[in-house]
Design a protein around this ligand. Structure first.
Ligand SMILES: NC(=O)c1ccc[n+]([C@@H]2O[C@H](COP(=O)([O-])OP(=O)(O)OC[C@H]3O[C@@H](n4cnc5c(N)ncnc54)[C@H](O)[C@@H]3O)[C@@H](O)[C@H]2O)c1
Length: 257
């Protein structure tokens, strides 16, 4: 038996990076997985690879900033698989980067619309679908170490990720108070090598003086998408049945310093 056998999951931003790793891992551990993303070709390939490995999966073209998009994705999930138990709000953007002085209001809103509004909409409609399913559930939202500590050059990003971390606690307390059996937690990854971070990581190692991301990470390496996917799997599974409203920091010790 897999660790999430028989459960039905949606993973947003699942065409790439940590979302892809999470979708593949949840499927390997027995969940049916809806792969949501803007990137159709890559998203389809992930869903096909899961199916080729014997899992159940479906790609859905899904923009997390769209309320109608969320309603459609949830409806497709309920129609296709018959319920919802796990929602991973992973989709996120880093850019536009900039300090508080450099960013314009449009830049700020671009980051917020995906990283915060997308998570708000997903959590709202995810709770509704889990209540309809009637078997409780687990929602995992992607924050970041940049939701714990600041950085001068990513004003909107750190604000969005700090917001996700506290919004998660509010949603968790609401679900607990209402006795829905729905848990809501966040993960805070540190430096993880994915398409989103590879440019920044290459810049950090470009000077020939060693990679600063590695130097700043006590465990002495950059993380891999699976390092985070295993944390999500734990929070998504019934092994974490007494865990809600918390953040799981997966950063090689970066924020312990
Ligand atoms: N890579 C890191 O070092 C790092 C560290 C901490 C947190 N994070 C967070 O982890 C999450 C995953 O990041 P990643 O590094 O795997 O990035 P990634 O760029 O590899 O993957 C992100 C995916 O989200 C999708 N996406 C973007 N906007 C979307 C939208 N509006 N609707 C639906 N899908 C959308 C993209 O198409 C992409 O497939 C993000 O929330 C990111 O902020 C990343």
């Amino acid at each position: 038996m897999g660790r999430v056998a028989g459960k039905i999951a949606i993973v947003t931003g699942a065409a790439s990076g940590m979302g892809e790793a999470t979708a593949r891992l949840l499927a390997r551990e027995g969940a049916a997985v809806v792969v949501g993303d803007l990137q159709a070709e890559k998203g389809r390939l992930v869903a096909e690879a899961i199916a080729a490995a014997g899992g159940r999966s479906l790609y859905v073209a899904h923009d997390v900033t769209s309320e109608k998009g969320w309603q459609a994705t949830i409806a497709t999930t309920l129609d296709t698989f018959g319920g919802l138990h796990i929602l991973v709000n992973n989709a996120g953007v880093g850019a536009p980067f900039g300090s508080v002085e450099q960013l314009g209001l449009d830049d700020w809103r671009k980051v917020m619309s995906v990283n915060m509004e997308g998570v708000f909409l997903g959590t709202k409609y995810g709770i509704e679908a889990m209540r309809k399913t009637g078997q409780g559930g687990s929602i995992v939202n992607f924050s970041s170490t940049m939701g714990i500590v600041g950085s001068p050059s990513t004003a909107a990003y750190v604000a969005s990720k700090g917001g996700v971390k506290l919004f998660t606690k509010s949603a968790a307390l609401h679900c607990a108070k209402e006795r829905y059996g729905i848990r809501v937690n966040s993960v805070c990854p540190g430096w993880i090598r994915t398409p989103m971070s590879s440019g920044a990581l290459d810049k950090l190692s470009g000077s020939g003086e060693g990679n600063k991301a590695i130097e700043l990470t006590p465990l002495g390496r950059v993380g891999e998408p699976d390092d985070v996917a295993y944390g999500v799997l734990y929070l998504a599974s019934d092994e974490a049945s007494f865990v809600t409203g918390t953040e799981l920091v997966i950063d090689g010790g970066y924020t312990a310093q």
